[in-house]
Design a protein around this ligand. Structure first.
Ligand SMILES: [Zn+2]
Length: 211
């Protein structure tokens, strides 16, 4: 979504900053919040209000100064804001969101509580999730404003999303199978990954080294 938004706005934004840098800022900003899978997912790095306010302030500062750095910051933080807000439209943050047992959509740090998931897209990797990905990628690619290498990368992202959707419900089983295939001697260096759910803090992916 962040990439598509930037591509559509390229005729205006491209005068200030190079296209590759803008696309990189949108991509990194767009995926960055999910780094909190390693902490408290959809809480630690998801700031629907904070990122939105910060991107608004950054946009205002850019409009006043025309500083390219502020534009890159606006795109990156705007991507993170779009991510944090739109996660509310998806499923809950839990191990099997297709069999939901919690109502934790996205944490709102300003209100100090979770937003309930609207479940228009039931879970990440659901068929409808892939269709959303496909639609935004089609917008970005068909705009014709991106270099050929970016279009190739977008097609690669769509392929990855398709593979993820096909495997999504079996990720735990696939992980367990791969884990069993790890030779005993390598177990000390290959981390153990465990997904935990808590009533109040959403999902955490725990990675442990040295088994
Ligand atoms: Zn997220």
């Amino acid at each position: 979504m962040a990439l598509a938004a930037v591509v559509v706005a390229l005729p205006v934004l491209g005068d200030h900053v190079g296209v590759p840098l803008l696309l990189a800022a949108a991509f990194v900003g767009g995926v960055a919040p999910d780094a909190d899978l390693l902490a408290s997912h959809r809480k630690t790095l998801h700031y629907p209000v904070g990122f939105s306010a910060l991107s608004g302030v950054s946009l205002g500062a850019f409009l006043l100064t025309s500083s390219p750095g502020l534009l890159v910051l606006t795109v990156a933080v705007g991507g993170a804001a779009l991510h944090s807000v739109s996660d509310v439209l998806g499923g809950s943050a839990e191990r099997e969101p297709w069999n939901p047992v919690t109502e934790n959509g996205v944490y709102n740090h300003a209100l100090g509580r979770w937003h309930r998931p609207r479940r228009y897209v039931r879970y990440s990797g659901a068929p409808e999730d892939f269709l959303v990905c496909l639609a935004f990628a089609a917008v970005a690619i068909s705009a014709g404003a991106t270099p050929a290498a970016a279009d190739t990368a977008l097609v690669g992202l769509v392929a990855f999303a398709g593979l993820y959707s096909l495997c999504r419900k079996r990720l735990a089983a696939i992980g367990a199978t791969l884990d069993r295939l790890i030779p005993r001697r390598l177990r000390a260096v290959v981390p153990a990954v465990r997904v935990t759910e808590t009533e109040t803090d959403g999902t955490t992916v725990d990675i442990r080294f040295g088994r």
